[in-house]
Design a protein around this ligand. Structure first.
Ligand code: ATP
Length: 308
């Protein structure tokens, strides 16, 4: 288990992280989301040990991350760290060797991952001659060539075409299925919802929600129903029933107060007209995110609270 245990970090007067705590289990893809400046990159850098927390600790399998453990993490930094003038294959081979692989193992690994990520034809090209998306594929190869025990990826999907998104998603899923905890940050919430087993939402340096999408949905506790059929307006005046959306003249999305029986609501709908659909509404992550971040300790894009 990768355990991020209550880490805090201050840059001058700015409290970038305040007691951030969550865990990523082996076999799990964990999506780390939050607005610009919320603290994702800072958290990931601390996980990697390239930045030191002021307090709190990161542990992998119960041990604090040290130099030896760091070599066993695959990291894709936000500021991509490739040498532009070096050839793709040479660079990956070099990185794999740096992480302790023999020459033969490194060559086999480079071949395997460049093929999997669709850049095997480009191994003889300088990195700077590749498109940005292909450079990103190389960057993911760089995180994978040494067969890491943990994967930490900072915005690996940004700027990728749909094919590359598909390839990258399946690679992350496979790594997780082989027992590697995978954590990545992203602003693409639909992708995060599809791919991740659990999600952490950070706002202004504080974790405001952690869980599966279902668990995040359950936080609200309210029953919200979509009813299609009767002309909109039939809910007016029913105690404990709030109309929250009406996408067309025969639709009503309603939030029920805890004491309202959904069967009573169904009877009221039937009295107003034929009911074609009556079902619980499952909000997408984009809506859950908005609700959580807006209700969090500070709204999105606000500066982190200054230190005392
Ligand atoms: N080296 C640094 N010196 C000073 N402040 C920093 C430094 N690194 C990060 N910060 C500040 O810490 C806060 C968190 O930044 P961080 O890069 O972790 O956010 P993020 O969630 O990764 O944002 P984005 O989605 O834009 O990449 C921001 O207020 C940022 O300005």
């Amino acid at each position: 288990m990768l355990d991020i245990g209550g880490i805090s970090k201050r840059f001058g007067s700015r409290q970038a992280l305040a007691d951030v705590a969550f865990a990523v289990r082996p076999g799990e893809v964990f999506g780390f989301v939050g607005s610009n400046g919320a603290g994702k990159t800072t958290t990931m850098r601390i996980v990697l040990g390239v930045l030191e927390a002021d307090s709190g600790e990161v542990r992998w399998k119960g041990s604090p991350i040290d130099a030896e453990l760091r070599r066993r993490i695959g990291y894709m930094p936000e500021e991509r760290g490739l040498y532009p003038k070096m050839k793709v294959g040479e660079q990956l081979q070099y990185l794999a060797r740096l992480h302790g692989l023999s020459n033969t193992d490194a060559a086999a690994s480079v071949q395997r991952w460049t093929e999997r990520l669709g850049i095997s034809e480009r191994v003889g090209d300088e990195v700077q001659k590749l498109s940005l998306g292909n450079q990103q594929r190389v960057q993911l190869c760089a995180a994978l060539v040494h067969d890491p025990e943990v994967l930490v990826l900072d915005e690996p999907f940004s700027g990728l075409d749909p094919t590359a998104v598909g390839v990258m998603s399946s690679v992350l899923r496979d790594k997780a299925d082989s027992g590697v905890p995978v954590i990545f940050s992203s602003h693409q919430l639909d992708l995060v919802e599809r791919l991740c087993d659990r999600i952490g939402i950070i706002a202004a340096g504080r974790m405001v929600a952690v869980g599966s999408v279902e668990e995040l949905r359950a936080r609200d506790g309210a029953t919200v129903l979509d009813v299609h059929g009767p002309p909109t307006g039939w809910t007016d005046g029913i105690p404990g029933v709030e109309l929250v959306a009406a996408d067309d003249p025969t639709h009503a999305r309603v939030r029920l107060a805890p004491d309202v029986d959904d069967q009573d609501l169904l009877r009221a709908a039937l009295a107003a007209g034929p009911v074609h659909e009556f079902r619980r509404w499952r909000p997408p992550l984009t809506e859950l995110y908005r609700d959580v971040v807006e209700a969090g300790p500070a709204a999105a894009d606000q500066p982190a609270e200054p230190a005392a």
